[in-house]
Design a binder for this molecule. Structure first.
Ligand code: AMP
Length: 240
């Protein structure tokens, strides 16, 4: 909802002394997840949480990104991380799960793309045919293409391979690209499920999962497809 969207980024504090009515199990889930919301002005949070979110990172070099990624950012003239990036990237680099809420134009794509590239860069060269290590789901082909372009730009000095998969076009080039080996797949849910059913792609090695514009995906009726896709993963990593 609107009010929620406008609230500031709030990673859950480590020692959250707030009384909770959640069950033990639900509480555990929330603790593991870092909720990152962006970007508004009204601080509706209690003082202790407000203190927690004042952690600011004013420069990309403070994030400890690998040199090849940092060089790509410098070439694009990115100096300062946006608020969603400053809050999400350190958590994602630690391997935490993040729920991010940010409007278009706030730099959310880089907020998940940069940590994924950094984490995958450690296993460069291990790619297998038809078996990506990162999967990004997006509701539309336009968004999937856009996300793919951003990954390529930030990862241009890395040796990672990316495929963008979407419906409404021949699947032949997509299947060929998957067969050549792939590290990152950006996909719309329908075509991805088709290719899974044809055994052209396996999600058994996926370590990082992003649901970009998850609310829109649900609005567009992709909930069953998304559930089936997640069920095909050994250990789904929620990032977005
Ligand atoms: P997004 O919200 O992911 O659609 O990003 C909006 C636009 O901002 C994209 O064109 C990005 O290339 C650009 N962008 C993302 N992060 C930064 C940054 N830290 N500094 C400058 N531009 C950025």
């Amino acid at each position: 909802d609107g009010a929620k969207r406008r609230s500031s980024a709030v990673p859950y504090p480590k020692n959250n002394h707030q009384k909770s009515t959640r069950s033990g199990r639900a509480r555990g889930r929330v603790k593991r997840r870092c909720a990152v919301e962006s970007m508004g002005t009204q601080p509706a949070q209690p003082a202790r949480i407000r203190k927690y979110i004042q952690v600011t990172i004013s420069n990309f070099s403070d994030l400890g990104l690998a040199d090849p990624i940092q060089r790509a950012l410098t070439a694009k003239n990115y100096i300062t991380p946006t608020p969603i990036q400053a809050r999400a990237i350190p958590e994602l680099l630690k391997g935490k799960d993040v729920l991010g809420i940010a409007q278009t134009g706030t730099g959310k794509t880089a907020a998940f793309a940069l940590p994924i590239l950094q984490r995958l860069s450690r296993g460069q060269g291990n790619r297998k045919p038809r078996s990506p290590r990162a999967l990004i789901l997006a509701p539309t082909r336009e968004l999937a293409i856009q996300i793919g372009d951003e990954f390529r730009a930030y990862g241009k000095h890395l040796h990672l391979r990316l495929s963008v998969i979407f419906g409404g076009v021949s699947q032949v080039p997509q299947v060929k690209a998957l067969g050549r080996g792939v590290d990152i797949v950006v996909a719309t849910p329908g075509r991805l499920l088709d290719l899974m059913n044809q055994r052209q792609i396996s999600l058994g090695a996926v370590e990082h999962l992003v649901l970009d514009e998850a609310d829109r995906m649900l609005d567009m009726g992709f909930v069953r497809d998304v559930r089936k896709i997640i069920a095909a993963m050994p250990r789904a990593r929620w990032m977005w």
